[in-house]
Design a protein around this ligand. Structure first.
Ligand code: NDP
Length: 308
């Protein structure tokens, strides 16, 4: 196992491995999910939303040393470069790390999307991403046209520069429209999903139509961790609240990528595969659903933010 050493700078771990970091994923404890297009994705990854660009390589380095082999970034996070740098510096093969990025809201028109995707690959300094997503549907912008945007992502997949393509924050109506007007079923839909927002209609639509559900803010940015139901299960299992919630996601079949820049938490959030929830636990967590009141982020039907 790696030995963790605290650094002075941003409080992130610098790991000194007793052994070389394995360059093979074949021994990974993380289950792999086969997407509708046949490509595998590690069910647990590491999210880098809100990690400052200058801290990102260090955080991703810590995550890779802890065992994560799946990184979720986006053009809007402004930290794709740090992700690519850390993966290259790790000595791992490019094919051993699953990388997702997402199209910036400002670039939905096809010509802009092509430029933006080229920029993503340039920032990462990779010739492909494993998964590229439309970050938000923005149904009130671009004359409501996310279909031509999706057809542009189909081009990226045909060219081999995005091995899989998917969407994020798409509601059922948006998915139905893609199904009616385009050829390719999104491999994933990345949506807000945690114990306070089960987002069940969207998740269930995905399950019925071969679209894997990725759960963003899987611990609701910490908001669910003090819930008495969660803390009581954590005590019973001698696990942390975050581990209980992340394990709940794993057992429901969700793909998750918790974010942390705290050394112990990066490791803690990876340790999900040596225990299981007991009968009744999942149902008790499901019952915490607050519907729309549980949403912490914007509503995809009205969200219309485009960075300058
Ligand atoms: P998370 O639910 O992953 O929570 C992150 C927060 O929880 C941070 O404040 C972190 O603090 C804290 N935390 C992490 N682990 C623990 C722990 N074990 N115990 C206590 N606190 C903990 O939120 P995110 O919003 O970051 O979601 C995860 C990822 O999902 C993002 O990084 C991004 O990749 C993706 N995402 C996608 C969106 C989309 O629109 N498609 C929107 C939002 C997120 P600290 O860092 O200080 O340790």
């Amino acid at each position: 196992m790696p030995v963790a050493v605290q650094t002075e700078h941003v409080g992130l771990l610098h790991f000194e491995s007793e052994q070389q970091m394995s360059t093979s994923t074949s021994t990974s404890v993380v289950p792999s999910i086969t997407l509708g297009d046949g490509n595998p994705i590690p069910q647990l990854g590491f999210g880098v939303f809100q990690i400052p660009p200058e801290d990102t390589a260090r955080a991703v380095d810590a995550a890779l040393h802890a065992g994560y082999r799946h990184i979720d970034t986006a053009e809007m996070y402004r930290n794709e470069r740090g992700v690519g740098d850390a993966i290259r510096a790790s000595g791992l093969d490019r094919d051993d790390v699953y990388v997702t990025s997402k199209l910036n809201n400002s670039y939905h028109r096809p010509a802009d999307a092509r430029r933006a995707f080229a920029q993503t690959l340039s920032e990462l300094a990779f010739d492909y991403v494993d998964l590229f997503l439309i970050h938000w549907p923005l149904p009130t912008l671009y004359d409501g046209d996310f279909v031509s945007t999706w057809k542009t992502l189909e081009e990226f997949q045909r060219e081999g520069r995005a091995r899989s393509i998917g969407v994020s924050n798409f509601q059922v109506a948006h998915l139905e429209r893609l199904a009616a007007e385009t050829e390719t079923v999104p491999a994933v839909n990345q949506i807000e999903l945690h114990p306070y927002l089960l987002n069940e209609p969207v998740r269930a639509y995905g399950e019925e139509h071969g679209i894997a559900t990725e759960a963003w803010s899987p611990i609701a940015q910490g908001a669910v961790l003090g819930d008495p139901v969660i803390t009581s299960i954590a005590r019973e299992l001698d696990r942390t609240p975050a581990q209980v919630v992340l394990r709940w996601h794993i057992e429901r079949g969700n793909i998750v990528f918790p974010k942390s820049t705290t050394p112990g938490r990066i490791t803690e959030n990876f340790r999900l595969f040596d225990f299981e929830l007991e009968p009744g636990h999942s149902e008790a967590i499901d019952a915490l659903d607050r519907g729309e009141d549980g949403r912490t982020g914007p509503n995809p039907d009205t969200f219309a933010y485009t960075p300058a």
